[in-house]
Write a protein that binds this ligand. Structure first.
Ligand code: ATP
Length: 293
């Protein structure tokens, strides 16, 4: 009996494997056939940046129909100014940045840059105009230097060196045998969260975009590195329009406007001192973060 069972069992295994492979192939072909959801409009123009003013007008968004994430949001970021977005985890801060970069389309309302709706301009020109320092940076399996140069592959050696210096990466790089030619990524040197963030900042510096988004850019840094990075960010952001998403309120007290998001809605907006005087949600968050210091 067992002599019959083993081959039959094996045949069963082969059958299941073939069926799974066919299903995988079918899924893959389905994916290949699927049109990307975010594409250029038929008559999309190049984004023409004169000032770099960003406007969100009555923007609503959800990842799926049952769960609204942003609800009728309106605000503007004046050219060259720094706006900070704060609020509890899950309030919708990163989603707002993803919409500006058009990873997703809004469900209602409009986002525009210098009076051009972002869904009426080419994705390429839009994404060239915005540099993002994300929460979690992806490093490629190549050298630190090439990882930074990815920000703008046409950058000169001197420009890359300057970005390295401005992102306070020099001290770290000099500790490595092969300096900025050291391999990083999954198959190379494992870099810390803070070092990763500095590489992302160097990339963004190099990209030279008029609009900058820092998404919790200093969250993985110790307070000494944080101060150094904040100084670098201030320098980079000084002639840019910037949006800073932050948990640690001490990093954004100098923002021109602070927007407090709660469950996808703006509940307070103003400068640090104004919001403290208001004695509302921001003041409560500030107190919580500074109670034990
Ligand atoms: P945090 O401070 O924790 O980063 P956040 O304010 O930036 O939070 P978002 O990342 O914008 O919040 O997420 C807002 C809500 O949207 C969360 O409830 C999250 O679970 C949900 N969300 C985020 N990304 C997706 C996605 N790709 N698909 C479905 N839901 C998502």
């Amino acid at each position: 009996m067992i002599q019959l069972f083993l081959p039959l069992n094996f045949l069963g295994f082969v059958y299941r494997e073939i069926r799974r492979a066919l299903t995988d192939l079918e899924n893959m072909l389905g994916l290949l056939n699927k049109k990307p959801q975010i594409t250029d409009a038929l008559n999309a123009k190049q984004l023409n940046i004169s000032q770099g003013e960003i406007t969100f007008k009555n923007v609503s968004f959800s990842y799926d129909a049952h769960r609204p994430i942003l609800n009728n949001l309106s605000f503007s970021v004046k050219a060259g100014s720094k706006v900070a977005i704060v609020g509890a985890s899950g309030a919708g801060k990163s989603s707002l940045a993803r919409l500006l970069y058009r990873f997703y389309n809004v469900n209602a309302g409009e986002i525009s840059i210098d009076n051009q709706a972002i869904n009426s301009v080419t994705l390429n020109s839009l994404r060239k105009a915005i540099a993002i320092v994300p929460q979690d940076t992806v490093l490629f399996n190549t050298t630190i230097r090439e990882n930074i140069a990815y920000g703008r592959p046409s950058a000169s050696d001197a420009e890359i060196d300057r970005a390295i210096a401005m992102a306070h990466l020099k001290d770290f790089i000099t500790t490595l045998d092969k300096g900025d030619r050291t391999l990083v990524g999954e198959r190379g040197l494992k870099v810390s969260g803070g070092e990763k963030q500095r590489i992302a900042i160097a990339r963004a510096i190099l990209k030279k975009s008029p609009i900058l988004i820092f998404d919790e850019a200093t969250s993985a840094l110790d307070s000494h590195s944080e101060q150094a990075i904040l100084a670098a960010m201030r320098e980079v952001a000084s002639n840019h329009t910037s949006i800073v998403i932050a948990h640690r309120l001490s990093t954004i007290t100098d923002a021109d406007t602070i927007i407090v998001l709660k469950a996808g809605q703006i509940i307070e907006q103003g400068k640090h001192d104004e919001l403290l005087t208001l004695a509302g949600e921001y003041a409560r968050m500030w107190e919580l973060q500074h109670k034990n210091k």
